[in-house]
Structure formats: structure tokens, C-alpha cells
Design a protein around this ligand. Sequence first.
Ligand SMILES: CC(C)(COP(=O)(O)OP(=O)(O)OC[C@H]1O[C@@H](n2cnc3c(N)ncnc32)[C@H](O)[C@@H]1OP(=O)(O)O)[C@@H](O)C(=O)NCCC(=O)NCCS
Length: 147
Amino acid sequence: MLSGIQLSEIAGSDLDLRATLVEAALPTDDIEDEGRTFFRASSNEGEIYGFSGIERCASDALLRSIVVLPSHRGRGIGLDIVVATLGRAGLGSDVYLATTTATAFFSRIGFVEVARDSVPSAVLATRQLSSICPSSATIMKLIKPPS
Ligand SMILES: CC(C)(COP(=O)(O)OP(=O)(O)OC[C@H]1O[C@@H](n2cnc3c(N)ncnc32)[C@H](O)[C@@H]1OP(=O)(O)O)[C@@H](O)C(=O)NCCC(=O)NCCS
């Protein structure tokens, strides 16, 4: 991980979070609902690099809202944000995500594509998977957490 990345918990109502997700065409309809935890990733000096989120789904977790500001992409920050966010998800949870564009990116971290019929109902029932993300979205599960 880059030594300079700091994760700070923020509310779903954070305006920078919303604006960055909108710009990246990621879902915002449900970010102020209960059960979601969002983080701002910044440099030690407070420069915003991006955002991430975790949504609790019964005993499992959904990794969501992973976004790096366009000016900071391609420098490994996305990978660092995911690894740091998984560290906050807590051991003992299975972690899922849905993506339409970044399957290869998440494969780098130990996620593999899984069939919808193998995904727990509490994960499928999230608004991300049930109504916001297209049914064509790839669902991935973390099988080898980063060490
Ligand atoms: C996806 C995203 C978070 C990646 O952030 P990033 O900081 O640019 O990624 P990194 O620099 O850490 O990339 C790590 C590796 O993944 C690759 N990668 C990055 N984005 C990728 C993508 N969308 N698809 C496939 N591979 C990707 C990079 O090329 C890099 O590989 P390399 O080391 O062989 O060069 C960023 O592009 C983004 O915010 N996109 C818009 C929002 C989005 O699609 N989020 C994911 C869905 S929730």
C-alpha cells in the first residue's frame, strides 16, 4: 500500500462522495440508506484521492462505491483503497461486489466471478444488485484476501 493513504469514515450524505460517484456513473440512489459505511481516501496532507464503501448484508458484506478521482488514476491508488477498505470490513465476512467495468481490476485483488444463483439472498436483495446495477453486472466474491 502507498504509505500516504488515509481512510476516514464519512456519511453517505457527503457532497464530495456524491459528486465523485455521479461523475464516475456509479450508483448514488441508496448512499444515504442505513447499513452503509463510506470512506474518503486522502493523502497525509488531506488531498482527496477517492472513496469507497461497505454495505452489510446479514453476515456478508458488499464492497461498493470504489472510485479514484480521474486525476489520480493509474498510480495504484485504487488497489490501495480496496485493500484498506477490506481491512475495515472485518474478518469473518464473505465479501461480494458488482461491477460492469472493472472485473479485471478486482481480479488483481483476489475476487473471482460467481454465478448469481450462488450469491446469498441478503446480497442479492441489496439495492445495488436488485435494482440499481444492471442484471448484466458481474458479481464477484473475494476468495483470497490480500495479505
Ligand atoms: C476502477 C478504478 C477504481 C481503478 O483505480 P486506479 O487507481 O486507476 O487503479 P490502479 O492504478 O490501482 O490499477 C491497478 C491495476 O488495475 C488495472 N485497472 C485499473 N482500472 C481497471 C479497469 N477498469 N479494468 C481493468 N483493469 C483496470 C490497472 O491497469 C492496473 O494494472 P497494472 O498494474 O498492470 O498497470 C478507477 O479507474 C475508477 O475510479 N473508475 C471509475 C469507477 C469504477 O469503475 N469503479 C469500480 C466499480 S465499483
